[in-house]
Design a protein around this ligand. Structure first.
Ligand code: EZ4
Ligand code: CO
Length: 402
């Protein structure tokens, strides 16, 4: 079997998606997600100019070797842009293998370990009361795990809270907008939100929260400790994770479970965190973390240390990634939870999917490969639109993490 061609499809049904399609001489093609929110064209360029020409003529069955060709073989390795490209190639190759062997992806990586995939959704509101009201609606829709993000008195735009009461989409058209931040107000507010939520919903609903990289290690330790009485499923990205040693401080002060790494792109972002048992959940998704091939290794290493997966699943990851993640989560033993933000209806005009939600869980059918297809004619109706994630400054103007 030989790769004959590959192309990159960019479309914007409501938001931008980049999809890699790899063709073979046996008429089988595979799809991979290559979407990197706000940096889409950088990945497109790396794929089109450097990866696609190198793929042509290779045997798509040799996934491990091709993965290392694009990782070890590249002198300038790692980084979100290049690893997203490697991830897309890897996903498309697993899709081809599944189709060639006429079996769903989960069968190729261990078979089924469970019946369905526990997911968490988002609830957000302008204040604690509205956030709790929204969470109540999610529980009525069947969700068993909910991430709470709330507007905070004195902070104009809080991460995770939509400005227009529509589903939250952080990227906006054009160049980056500036938001302003105040950690002291945030830290004083969040424990009261979870106190109210526990009083309203009791102990059986899983509650989660995303700090979105905005605390120093000692601030995060305080927050994790003050949230302990409300038994969070996890506290996400409590600090910006590039300082792996910073997580030691949080761990030494609190038993609140920690999830980290939606912006990570290699096992080497995790080695201290895993081997010192400083975290509880791996957030790095297939689409940015080297695809199925690399996440299988990360998940295996994590499993040795009793750490579970909880992959990023925002709407800026395409349905191809979501389906691949469900297969992956079905197969591994140390699956924990999957983030699930349903895409807008118009996304389903372009992508034909094979998964469905029922009573808090996602289920995937047994279509061979990953099982998602793209309608290129429909995709062409929605051309790319430049959009950027916000930048964040402290209220005195100092540049900060978004
Ligand atoms: O900010 O996907 O947990 N979810 C998140 C997301 C990220 C966006 C960035 O593109 O933190 O909302
Ligand atoms: Co997050």
């Amino acid at each position: 079997m030989k790769i004959t061609d590959a192309k990159v499809i960019v479309c914007s049904p409501g938001r931008n998606f980049v999809t890699l399609k790899i063709f073979t001489d046996e008429g089988i093609y595979g799809l991979g997600d290559a979407t990197l929110n706000g940096m889409e064209k950088a990945v497109v360029s790396y794929l089109e100019n450097y990866c696609v020409p190198a793929l042509i003529g290779k045997d798509p069955r040799n996934i491990e070797d091709i993965w290392h060709f694009f990782y070890k073989g590249a002198y300038w390795k790692r980084g979100s842009v290049t690893m997203t490209a490697v991830s897309a190639i890897d996903m498309a190759l697993w899709d081809i293998k599944g189709k060639a062997l006429n079996t769903p992806l989960y069968n190729l990586i261990g078979g089924k370990s469970r019946n369905g995939i526990l997911v968490y959704c988002h609830a957000n509101g302008r204040d604690a009361e509205e956030t709790i009201e929204k969470a109540g609606q999610k529980i009525e829709q069947g969700f068993r795990a909910i991430r709470l993000q709330s507007g905070i008195p004195g902070i104009e735009h809080t991460y995770g809270v939509s400005k227009d009461n529509k589903p939250y989409e952080p990227a906006e058209k054009g160049l980056a907008q500036t938001e302003y931040w105040d950690t002291a107000r945030y830290l004083n507010f969040i424990p009261s939100l979870f106190k109210k939520a526990r009083a309203e919903f009791g102990d059986d609903i899983h509650l989660l929260h995303d700090v979105h990289h905005r605390c120093t290690p000692v601030e995060a330790a305080r927050l994790a400790r003050e949230l302990e009485p409300y038994h969070l499923f996890w506290l996400e990205d409590p600090v910006s994770g590039e300082l792996q040693e910073g997580l030691r401080l949080i761990r030494s002060h609190s038993t609140t479970p920690i999830a980290i790494g939606e912006v990570f792109n290699s096992v080497y972002d995790y080695t201290t965190l895993i081997t010192e048992q400083l975290i509880d959940y791996i957030r790095m998704p297939l689409v940015h973390g080297g695809g199925i091939t690399h996440l299988l290794k990360v998940a295996s290493m994590a499993s040795v240390y009793h750490i579970q997966t909880g992959f990023h699943g925002a709407t800026d990851l395409s349905p191809v990634n979501m389906a691949a993640a469900i297969h992956f989560n079905m197969a591994i033993n140390n699956f924990g939870i999957q983030e699930y933000m349903p895409h807008q209806e118009i996304v389903n005009e372009v992508f034909k999917t094979n998964f469905n939600f029922d009573k808090g869980f996602l289920f995937i059918d047994d279509t061979p490969g990953i099982g998602v297809d793209i309608d290129e004619k429909k995709a062409a109706k929605y051309p790319y639109q430049m959009a950027s994630l916000p930048v964040n400054r402290k209220s005195d103007g100092t540049m900060f993490y978004w």
